[in-house]
Ligand binder design. Structure first.
Ligand code: DAH
Length: 348
């Protein structure tokens, strides 16, 4: 056996050359290049295996053993080096991508609810406590629902009470008030008793001013039952005013006129600015008007599908923007929809 066969020398040299070269490999690409050169098919070790058949038979086991040793040595050196490089790369990444958690955050500007949404929500909550359901009806209405079915026939002078936006489609308009919802609710609910609130946007063809806008909300109430009296109207609306304006607020009902109620009235609350003594807000009267109301007109009950000899009801309509204006001393109704943040930001 000749241990000094040149193949042993070649294997020793291969190992001696490979290990320092491995220390030079500094990244994943260099590692792979090293692996191809020193453990790949044309490397000295792999050549030793593939040429084993040509070596003298008696030294073949020794060559095989030696080649295996070299291969294992290179493989384990490779594994260690490759682990070390991965570790280095991880450390580098951690270092570079470090988050400074002590940096102060960027402040997010805080949104706020529109004062009108806030006012409506308060009113809905109070009405829900009083047993009213919210019932929504269309903003684009027919002439019939907005006027005729509410006892305001075509050409009747009472139509002048509502300056109207008509659409290009004859008989179709933007509702001028939420009262058309009364007939819609009755037609849907007949012949059951009703207790609903009809909220939503209304439109009027008017010159805008501090007191009037072309669009504004109303919240309408409708109660229909077999024994509904003016006493129910007065009790319910007085209770509503107290829940909105405070337990001790005084209210009064004045006679008025609306085609769809008979009798009709308007409710005032004691001026909460001066306590009834008289001031600029209440124009020295001591009272503030908050809603229109009345007993549902028999014609309207009939149009809704209720027999007026058996059924009766009361209705009311209020303007939440107007109520907020009185409450907060807002001088111009146009502030509500002009979206000036200086106005909106005051209601946080
Ligand atoms: N619809 C009336 C308006 O816009 C307000 C109103 C008055 C509603 C009396 C009612 C009511 O339900 O009974 O001026």
């Amino acid at each position: 056996m000749s241990e000094d066969h040149e193949i042993f020398t070649r294997l020793d040299q291969a190992q001696a050359a490979a290990l320092p070269a491995l220390e030079q490999a500094g990244d994943e690409a260099a590692l792979q290049a090293w692996k191809t050169a020193h453990l790949g098919r044309s490397s000295a070790v792999m050549q030793a295996f593939s040429q084993l058949g040509q070596a003298p038979k008696e030294i073949r086991p020794a060559i095989g053993q030696r080649a295996n040793q070299v291969k294992l040595a290179l493989e384990s050196a490779f594994a260690i080096r490759s682990q070390a490089i991965k570790e280095q790369a991880l450390q580098r990444a951690l270092q570079q991508e470090k988050l400074d958690v002590t940096l102060p955050g960027r402040p997010q500007p805080r949104g706020r609810m529109h004062p009108e949404s806030r006012a409506l929500e308060t009113i809905y909550t109070i009405l829900a406590e009083m047993g009213f359901q919210i019932f929504r009806t269309p903003e684009v209405e027919t002439d019939d629902y907005n006027f005729s079915l509410l006892n305001i026939p075509a050409y009747h002078p009472a139509r002048d009470m509502w300056d109207t936006f008509h659409t290009t489609r004859p008989g179709t308009l933007l509702r001028t008030h939420t009262s058309p919802g009364q007939v819609r609710a009755m037609r849907q609910r007949a012949p059951e008793p009703i207790r609903v609130a009809l909220p939503g946007m209304c439109y009027r063809y008017e010159q805008t001013s501090a007191r009037s806008e072309i669009q504004f909300n109303q919240v309408e109430l409708l109660v229909v039952g077999r024994n509904i009296t003016f006493g129910d109207l007065k009790g319910t609306l007085t209770d509503l005013a107290r829940r909105i304006y405070g337990d001790n607020v005084r209210t009064r009902l004045r006679p008025s006129y609306f085609p769809f109620t008979e009798p009709s009235g308007e409710m005032d609350v004691e001026c909460f600015v001066c306590g009834g003594k008289g001031c600029a807000v209440c124009k020295n009267s001591g009272w503030l008007e908050i809603l229109g109301c009345g007993m549902v007109h028999p014609v309207v009950l009939q149009n809704g599908g209720y027999d007026p000899s058996e059924w009766s009801g009361f209705a009311a309509g209020m303007g939440p923007e107007r109520m907020s204006m009185l409450r907060y001393g807002i001088e111009d109704i146009r502030y509500f929809w002009s979206n000036d943040v200086r106005f909106l930001e005051q209601f946080s």
